[in-house]
Design a protein around this ligand. Sequence first.
Ligand code: NAP
Ligand code: MG
Length: 403
Amino acid sequence: MTKIQMLTPLVEMDGDEMTRIIWKMIKDELLLPYIDLKTEYYDLGLKSRDATDDAITLEAAEATKRLGVAVKCATITPNQARIKEYDLKRMYKSPNGTIRAALDGTVFRAPILVKGIDPYVRTWKRPITMARHAYGDVYRNVEIKVPGAGRAELVFTGEDGQEIREKIFDFKGPGILQGIHNTDRSIESFARACFNYALGLKQDLWFSAKDTISKTYDDNFKHIFQKLYDEEYKPLFDEAGITYFYTLIDDAVARVIRSEGGFVWALKNYDGDVMSDMMATAFGSLAMMTSVLVSPDGKYEYEAAHGTVQRHYYKHLKGEETSTNSVATIFAWTGALRKRGELDGTPDLVRFAGLLEKAVIDTIESGKMTGDLALITTMQGVTKRSTREFILDIREKLDQYLA
Ligand code: NAP
Ligand code: MG
């Protein structure tokens, strides 16, 4: 069999622990036998980040800006325990945070639906894609532990010396304070990414925030979305037969639960963080959630939404058999390969991505799945497969489809 050719390399970001093990299996069993795989390889494993003082992460982000499409393995975000475990020079920032900041991107997450893994919400028939603003708010906060009585103020000093001052609170005793910010530029990038993504999917876009309480801050988000929609996107949405609307976050939550799915839900940074974990679980499993970071100028970075599955990795190190779900990581690869193929005009690559996804879904629907899914499926008589067996099952199906 002649291998499928690629024109432009993908940016490949390797990662940590169990997902690093899975990464290699996917390449060896599901990609390299079929594709003349071209990648620019960046090792974002924690040891390599430590050895390069985290320069490797920035290099990978720069490569993504240059080449346009990246695929990333899950990586450890170090905490105190990891500093000890890996004898690190310092506490590195989250690689995802670094890459997001470099690309000024928005994260879109969508569940992979298969028969037999039913959403906990009975009405959901189609995936709900969540768009999370990836800059600012509480993730860039400044906090003070107030020691005792005193006045707290919010002060802005303009470059021209203009001063804006607001009293926050007169403390009578100890307390806490938090300052957060965002920029019109970042909010506009977020809004554009959401409008473009919804157009690409031909699905409605919802945006929710809390402008009734946050009359300046959240209202600014609402206003920027509405202005862009009215001035630029409305005709395109009309043409695609889709709509945009704003609604309060509490109303949105209620509507989402009653909905059939099949739309894009744009959320502020914190709302997106919290809601996406809830939505992943409600759709069945965190291991079935894909994630793509999209920059305003159309650069894409694909990954699984879950982490490095540490507990399984320690079992693996002890030589015990694991049953770790590789679906979201495989879909990160197929997402990246499909996008690369679309951009390069190489239909064979696009077709391969589709067949590999079909092989994954058909494998699960035939009753072969990893432990996490075997626990929650409504199917009878399923076989729980090990990490490797599951990937080999997929390969068998893929071979049939390619024959
Ligand atoms: P996690 O790796 O997502 O795992 C949490 C639990 O969810 C696992 O222990 C496992 O449950 C289940 N799970 C997640 N993915 C699974 C899969 N593919 N197959 C089967 N079960 C799966 O989150 P974590 O344990 O909180 O974090 C571990 C490390 O990942 C941390 O160092 C964190 O910094 C990092 N992390 C990275 C990213 C990223 O790179 N995008 C995202 C989140 C976390 P059971 O153990 O019950 O089987
Ligand atoms: Mg979260």
